[in-house]
Design a binder for this molecule. Structure first.
Ligand code: DSN
Length: 490
């Protein structure tokens, strides 16, 4: 259907602004590239047809999306509000200021920097700010000079000092992130990086071991946070450890920011009062546009606000506008209910799977995600399980598990998350149904044999009748909880 057809064929009282806007946008895209327009439409259909359990994704509101798709993308605004390197930034100043103020209100932070384009960028801005506050500042003070007047020789000395700094963060397989000192990432090039793991038996963070490592290593930055750990963390204890060894406590709450904003993680489980610097994405549990943000204590503000030039180029004004809307949405009572329901749903999903004998890492979840050990439960790799489940209409991602012997490509796990299905309005009953669909597919899937007769790590055989019935079950479920019902297209 086209915009004109929709306008002509729909009774005036049924015309819907979201549908008109969606069609109008597609028509404009189509003028230049019909294939891109087609893929945008296909993505909507894909997300409507398949059930999204990717723990790091969500469905942002149509208002958030509208704030993102407009002329603000054309504006350069390097600098920060009211201190720009370009003329004509008056409107962007107001937008960035509003987004930052709302973020400060939402999280109770001293300062919010809303320019980072992603969580990885936010982490880089945070790392550099900490290096400047803790290494550069005293170095310059001692020499009674500034960066511009520093001699080439002394600048080399400063660079040598930067290179010797230690980062202590969670190991990737224990649930940490690539930017937390993984060897293939810039964080391991910038820092002398050390990783703590979870306990071999319980797969939980081992605070005593963490404390021991922190005392041995004495890192400049003690980084806490995860992208695949299903438990809450006591940040008061983490701050205690950081203080004992004189480290800066940095928390990456990219995954659970929505649970902090929504009042699920409070008191000692809320990182903002305890950490010196907090980084996050804005598009996961927080349900905003794709982007990043840094929150910090006053002491770090003068460095964090200079994310450009330290790491970033021009900010994305359209995304900052969308962040402001998302923060406003997150300040509502509805969002609080939503955040609590995310956790109720992930616990229901974990419980239902465990009732079927499925092995869930750590035996459950306190947050929005759970890790299924598909190797122990079904004799499959994560890659086989991810693909089999997708054939049955469920989109999720494979994930390495603590001490995974299958490596980061094949993996032994699936990571399931409930932010998106909760946004659709699903509840505990639906989680039970989803658990049955997943279990039914996976218990009827097995590794295919390679030409040498070994079990393949990628190929699999599955029961096509079960795939067909699962798809139907998923479709029926999604019919009851439609994505963007305001957009009425076939
Ligand atoms: N890709 C994100 C995730 O899925 O957790 C982290 O960067």
């Amino acid at each position: 259907m086209s915009l004109l057809k929709y306008l002509n064929e729909t009774p005036k009282e049924n015309l819907n602004i979201s549908t008109i806007a969606f069609f109008a946008n597609l028509e404009k895209v189509k003028e230049i590239s019909p294939s891109i327009a087609k893929n945008i439409l296909n993505e909507l259909q894909d997300q409507r047809k398949n059930l999204k359990l990717i723990a790091s994704e969500n469905f942002s509101s149509l208002s958030v999306q509208s704030a993102m798709g407009n002329l603000l993308t054309d504006k350069y605004a390097e600098g920060y509000p009211y201190n720009r390197f370009y003329a004509g930034c008056d409107n962007v100043d107001k937008i960035e200021e509003e987004a930052a103020n709302l973020a400060q209100e939402l999280f109770g932070a001293d300062y919010a920097y809303v320019q980072p384009h992603s969580g990885a960028d936010a982490n880089m801005v945070a790392f550099l700010s900490i290096l400047m506050a803790k290494i550069q500042k005293p170095f310059l003070e001692e020499l009674e000079t500034d960066l511009i007047n520093l001699t080439a020789e002394d600048f080399l000395k400063l660079r040598e000092k930067y290179g010797k700094q230690k980062l202590l963060a969670m190991d990737l397989y224990s649930g940490g992130h690539l930017t937390h000192g993984y060897r293939f990432n810039n964080s391991a090039i910038m820092f002398d990086a050390y990783n703590y793991t979870v306990d071999k038996e319980t797969k939980l963070l081992d605070i005593d071991n963490l404390r021991k490592m922190a005392h041995e290593i004495k890192p400049l930055i003690f980084l806490v946070g995860y992208s695949a750990y299903s438990r809450k963390i006591n940040f008061a204890k983490m701050r205690e450890i950081a203080d004992e060894v004189g480290a800066v406590l940095m928390v990456d709450m990219a995954h659970f920011a929505g649970l902090v904003a929504g009042g699920v993680f409070t008191g000692e489980y809320n990182p903002v009062p305890y950490a010196h610097v907090v980084t996050t994405t804005t598009h996961k549990t927080l349900r905003g546009p794709r982007g990043g943000m840094v929150l910090c204590k006053k002491e770090f503000k003068e460095y964090v606000e200079k994310g450009c030039p330290s790491f970033l180029g021009g900010p994305l004004p359209h995304v900052m506008a969308a962040k402001a809307l998302a923060f406003k949405e997150a300040l509502s009572d509805d969002f609080k209910k939503y955040a609590h329901n995310i956790v109720k749903n992930s616990q229901a999903l974990a419980d239902s799977l465990m009732e079927k004998g499925v092995h869930i890492v750590t035996g459950g979840t306190d947050n929005h995600l759970l890790l299924v050990d598909v190797s122990k439960s079904y004799g499959l790799t994560g890659r086989q399980a991810e693909n089999a489940v997708r054939e049955g209409g469920i989109t999720l991602n494979r994930n390495g598990l603590p001490f995974d012997i299958n490596g980061p490509w094949y993996t032994s796990g699936l990571r399931l998350g409930t932010p998106a299905v909760t946004s659709l309005g699903m509840g505990v009953d639906e989680m039970k149904e989803i658990a049955s669909i997943i279990d039914n597919i996976l218990k009827n899937t097995k590794p295919a044999k390679t030409s040498s007769g070994k079990a393949s790590k990628a190929k699999f055989e599955t029961d096509l009748n079960i795939i067909k019935s699962s798809k139907k079950q998923v479709a029926d479920l999604l019919l009851k909880f439609p994505l963007y019902p305001e957009i009425q297209i076939d």
